[in-house]
Design a protein around this ligand. Structure first.
Ligand code: PMV
Length: 311
């Protein structure tokens, strides 16, 4: 049985986070510059079922059965084995390596699960389709996030920009005219689960106003889709600004994210917003020729990392 390796990209949500949980459309794109990698190495002298896992970025070095039952890595491996109709895998060592910062809104958990399920399935002898992998990753995401919309597993497993609406067939989004974003890490870990719960509480406490915000975010995603398809990505900035304001109203931004959004705009970004679950994590800013100034300004204003990426 040969060793098997698979990788998966991170992701950026361009528009529609949180509203997507309530059936509104959202747009997400893969982030190819940051990847998770999983490799499975057979241990020919080991006993059937012995699986050792090393994941330095997750500070994890343990046997599979030492992990709690609902540990996402344990669940991902067991789901992949189940899909292969295998109850005990051959002895192996699993190495997980990820360049995607955790809890940052860049899809680290979906990418690790995708790489892991793809590699482990390959090791066990089956090549799963992207849809099968996406469905399994969704099951793992449920453990991490409670009630995921499904956008993260879809964009990461298919490695393609999507216009995503829960329950609708996948709508891959072509990008006829590429554009550039700066992504900056605010240095505070994102809290997707808490943020999603906060929005749910708000919907219960103030349904009319909150539903209006959610619907408006969905309309922004629709308009953004049109602009992207029409080859006018430079006009997305205003929609990003508006989307950020609505996310603030949903209570999922924090002052550090607001500061960075403001700094990006002051330095010449065409628009900026938080990206992902919020309460920390990353902002994205649409940039033109002033990208160096924007990167510099974001670092001065406290971003712990900032980079440009082409979409
Ligand atoms: O996990 P994150 O930070 O990439 O955020 C996921 C996006 C949300 O819309 C907030 C949740 C979801 O399941 O869609």
């Amino acid at each position: 049985m040969p060793a098997f390796t698979a990788t998966a990209p991170g992701k950026i949500i361009l528009f529609g986070e949180h509203a997507v949980v309530y059936g509104q459309p959202a747009i997400a794109v893969p982030l190819f510059s940051s990847r998770a990698r999983a490799s499975i190495h057979p241990q020919i002298h080991g006993n059937q079922g012995e699986i050792w896992i090393d994941a330095p970025q997750l500070s994890l070095s343990a046997s599979l059965y030492d992990l709690v039952q609902d540990h996402p890595i344990r669940v991902a491996l067991q789901l992949a084995a189940g899909k292969n109709n295998i109850s005990e895998a051959p002895a192996c060592k699993v190495l997980i390596d990820s360049e995607i910062p955790v809890s940052s809104g860049l899809g680290s958990s979906a990418a690790v699960s995708t790489a892991l399920i793809r590699a482990f399935s390959g090791f066990l002898g089956t090549r799963l389709t992207d849809q099968e992998i996406s469905d399994l990753v969704y099951e793992v995401e449920k453990i991490e996030h409670g009630t995921p919309s499904g956008i993260d597993n879809t964009v990461v497993a298919f490695q393609h920009p999507v216009y995503y609406k829960k329950g609708s067939p996948i709508d891959f989004l072509p990008i006829p005219k590429p554009f550039k974003l700066v992504i900056a890490d605010c240095g505070i870990a994102g809290e997707t689960r808490l943020a999603v719960q906060g929005v749910r509480d708000r919907l219960e406490a103030d349904p009319v106003r909150t539903q209006k915000i959610v619907t408006e975010i969905g309309e922004i995603s629709q308009s953004a889709r049109e602009l992207i398809l029409d080859g006018k990505p430079e006009d997305l900035g205003e929609l990003m600004d508006h989307n950020h304001t609505l996310l603030q109203e949903l209570g999922v931004s924090i002052s550090k994210l607001d500061d960075l959004v403001q700094a990006a705009r002051e330095a010449g970004a065409l628009g900026a917003k938080l990206s992902g679950g919020g309460l920390g994590g990353h902002i994205i800013a649409l940039v033109n020729e002033r990208e160096e100034e924007i990167l510099q300004k974001l670092l001065e204003r406290g971003a712990i990392r900032a980079e440009t990426t082409s979409i």
